[in-house]
Design a protein around this ligand. Structure first.
Ligand code: 3PG
Length: 207
């Protein structure tokens, strides 16, 4: 199954403490969202990835904010099931060409979409979505580039996710709203599970 078809929302997670990772991942699964993107934005990130890879086998584990070949290697060694990058560079595309797991490269222009297609990648992160034209931008790409599907991310929440999910070239959206900083800090996994349950219901309402 494609990374874009697992859930209407890929939760983008910033973890300050690796100790929270396993319970957080289980809360997402229990809420109906069996996918997570742990971002490489904190010193705890890789330990968190290793813990989730070892202890939550029923979640599709992504590593995000991958910006260099070294990040690619670290993420794969830690147990990543897929990678997410905020942008698209030839170096990154080359580094991920033969790793055997999917990469969602970030794009915000048509030329970046074409670069990804030249490397055989047709499922892309549209980032930062709200700031770069939002749902109308993706709607405009459906006719010239019907072979591409997107995971828009950046500025998306429960309030506007359906604008994107209603589009035929959007597989899912990404966002950090399922794991708010205060809930993660307080280890409020019940709240995270409830937010995941709301997110899991989004596609039913959109289509
Ligand atoms: C990302 O890395 O994809 C974004 O930081 C998530 O964007 P959001 O915080 O606006 O949801």
């Amino acid at each position: 199954m494609s990374v874009l078809d697992v859930s209407p929302v890929i939760p983008v997670v910033v973890l300050e403490e690796a100790e929270s990772a396993v319970q957080l991942a289980r809360a997402l699964v229990d809420g109906g969202v069996p996918i997570i993107e742990i971002t490489l934005r904190t010193p705890a990130a890789l330990e968190a990835v290793r813990a989730v890879a070892a202890e939550v086998p029923d979640i599709l584990l992504g590593v995000g904010t991958v910006v260099s070949p070294a990040d690619v290697q670290r993420a794969v060694r830690a147990g990543a099931g897929f990678l997410v990058a905020p942008g698209t560079t030839p170096t990154l595309l080359k580094a991920t060409g033969d790793i055997g797991i999917p990469l969602l490269p970030g794009v915000s222009t048509v030329s970046e979409v074409l670069t990804a297609l030249e490397h055989g990648i047709s499922e892309l992160k549209f980032f930062p979505a709200q700031q770069c034209g939002g749902a109308p931008f993706l709607a405009a790409l459906r006719s010239p580039l019907p072979q591409v599907r997107f995971c828009p991310t950046g500025g998306i929440s429960a309030a506007n996710a359906l604008d994107y999910l209603a589009l035929s070239n959007v597989g899912c959206v990404g966002g950090s709203w399922l794991t708010p900083t205060d809930a993660v800090r307080r280890r409020d996994f019940a709240r995270i599970q409830a937010l995941a349950a709301e997110a899991a219901a989004l596609r039913r309402r959109a289509r």
